[in-house]
Design a protein around this ligand. Structure first.
Ligand code: GLY
Length: 567
């Protein structure tokens, strides 16, 4: 007995100790890069380091965003861009939140049926490849909007590292060499000149982007007009029109990025701040989180039969609503409050059953009474002042439309494919759209980009986002759940195998090798169609988690060349 008493005391003390340690420290295993106070996680090490260097000079997260986004345009031409667009969600050190929409717009000469032939059928490839696929780019205007509102260092200091990087050159990675080899023939198909990426680039080679450096210098010297007017605009418009496109100088002149309110909702004791329309990400994830909130998903286990079923059924209903209700809020009225209300969502989940799948064919968008894209890139930033940003930027498809403004050294997007060219017919991500997302001049196409910031106890908790077209939304969702419900650290949460469902097609896609055959068989028995053979990776999540001791853990996705940097 004498020996047992000290043992009981020690156990008691250990339990008390554990109670005093914040929840995440008790459970979440930390395997990612750790920084004391500032971090950038992006698709390329060069871009993360450039963003961090700006913060080391005293710049804030918004300065770092501008520098990182421009560096990605140089180091990651696959999706980083000045010829595309994106979305950014922010939370300032004093808890103010907001969102920037620098999404591309349809040109003035665009029309509803521009991708249909005389019989009303979609013309294969017209909205995805070549000059007709290009939307009016928003990235450069977006960066100047950020600088005007939040910048603390001169713009010239933020762009200079990218000019230097473009002149010095960027080393080709294994993954980049593979991608270039795969996509190269499209560059020749679309362009009428040889482009710098046509060469037989191998891993370890250095590519210099001298023409791009000159364009960035014009942006440095003339501001927004260095892209939307003058020499760059002339090059862009002349080349697009030569290739049969419809963008004019007027389109470039009138483009404006827009500040918007973020979509904000709670999930248990989290506050989630996500992108509002014209992105569908915030509303879809609000619907999914609210649909699963009444369940104790943590007790089901990570990627267990019950977790997969619950998430799939919530996703099915959210994506069905997405296809019907969502579009550019400047053109259509979206019943946001109802769509994300618990009452509406619980009604949508009423016919969910653990026994069998709800076939998507039997499920349409919900009725609201009185209702008045895959290769993108994401980066997350936190600064030492306590500001955080989450930004996702894209050309839409890999290298966008493949149209390369050779004189200016940059690709143009194929974002027009994110409109619904013909209601009921899927786009390149298999997403079906309706009237709300039909084409009109100056309208923005619906997006799935989901830059997201999460707050816990009124403090910054996580910044997260991903590329992956329609799979972005579910990748972000699962990453947040992995940390919060399944007690993973940030890097492990990013690494964990992911799955995806989007209403139509009625299949659940699993990442290869991440799920065992027992789970797949159990789901199939309940009527779920599973795609695992030949399935692709789902998302490349770049995220930052604030640890209980105030340090930051980065989650840089191993699926790409992504990297965290910080101090
Ligand atoms: N282009 C991909 C997206 O906006 O969702």
């Amino acid at each position: 007995m004498k020996k047992i008493i000290p043992f009981i005391v020690v156990v008691f003390l250990l339990i008390q100790c554990k109670k005093n340690i914040p929840e995440t420290a008790q459970n979440n295993k930390i395997t990612g890069f750790i920084a004391d106070s500032a971090m950038v996680v992006s698709a390329r090490e060069e871009a993360s380091k450039i963003g961090v260097a700006i913060m080391q000079k005293g710049g804030n997260a918004f300065d770092a965003m501008i520098a990182t986004e421009l560096a990605l345009a140089v180091a990651y031409p696959f999706a980083g861009n000045i010829g595309g667009g994106g979305f950014m969600v922010y939370r300032t050190s004093d808890g103010k939140t907001g969102a920037l929409d620098y999404r591309e717009k349809a040109p003035l000469a665009a029309s509803k049926n521009m991708y249909l032939d005389e019989n009303g059928n979609i013309i294969e490839g017209k909205s995805t490849l070549g000059a007709m696929a290009v939307g009016v780019p928003g990235t450069v205007d977006g960066l100047f909007k950020v600088h005007q509102k939040f910048g603390s260092l001169p713009f010239s200091e933020l762009i200079q590292p990218s000019i230097d990087l473009a002149n010095k050159g960027v080393v080709v990675t294994e993954k980049q060499a593979e991608r270039l080899a795969f996509y190269k023939h499209f560059f020749g198909e679309v362009n009428d000149t040889i482009i710098v990426l046509d060469a037989d680039w191998k891993a370890g080679d250095t590519i210099k982007y001298v023409k791009l450096a000159k364009t960035l210098e014009r942006i440095r010297d003339f501001g927004r007009d260095g892209f939307y007017k003058g020499e760059t605009a002339e090059m862009l418009v002349n080349y697009v029109q030569k290739l049969g496109g419809i963008i004019t100088k007027k389109d470039l002149e009138i483009y404006e990025a827009k500040w918007r309110n973020a979509i904000e909702f709670t999930y248990k004791d989290l506050k989630i701040i996500a992108m509002s329309p014209p992105s569908s990400g915030g509303i879809c994830n609000a619907q999914i989180f609210k649909a699963i909130e009444p369940f104790d998903i943590a007790s089901f286990g990570h990627n267990s039969l019950k977790s997969v079923q619950l998430l799939t059924e919530a996703e099915r209903r959210a994506y069905a609503d997405r296809s019907y209700y969502l579009g550019d809020p400047d053109f259509v009225t979206i019943p946001i409050d109802t769509l994300i209300s618990s009452t509406y969502i619980q009604k949508r989940m009423a016919n969910f059953s653990w026994d069998k799948a709800t076939p998507s064919s039997t499920l349409k968008h919900g009725n609201i009474v009185g209702f008045e894209s895959d290769e993108t890139t994401h980066y997350s930033i936190v600064d030492k002042y306590g500001n955080s940003i989450s930004a996702t930027t894209t050309l839409n498809g890999a290298y966008g439309s493949k149209v390369y403004v050779s004189e200016g050294g940059f690709f143009l997007n194929n974002e027009m494919d994110d409109f619904s060219s013909k209601p009921g017919i899927p786009n390149m991500f298999g997403l079906i759209g309706a009237e709300a997302n039909s084409i009109a001049p100056e309208k923005r196409m619906l997006s799935s980009m989901t830059p997201t910031i999460v707050e816990k106890n009124n403090q910054f908790y996580m910044s997260v986002g991903s590329p992956g077209g329609s799979t972005i939304i579910t990748s972000v969702l699962q990453t947040i759940l992995n940390v919060y419900e399944f007690k993973m650290g940030m890097q492990d949460a990013v690494n964990a195998p992911r799955f995806h469902h989007q209403w139509l097609p009625d299949v659940v896609t699993f990442e290869p090798k991440g799920f065992d055959s027992l789970l797949v068989n159990q789901l199939q028995e309940k009527g779920y169609q599973i795609k695992q053979e030949n399935s692709v990776i789902l998302g490349k999540v770049d995220a930052i988690l604030r640890l209980p001791n105030g340090k930051l853990e980065g989650g840089a996705d191993y699926r790409g060349d992504d990297k965290a940097a910080g101090f």
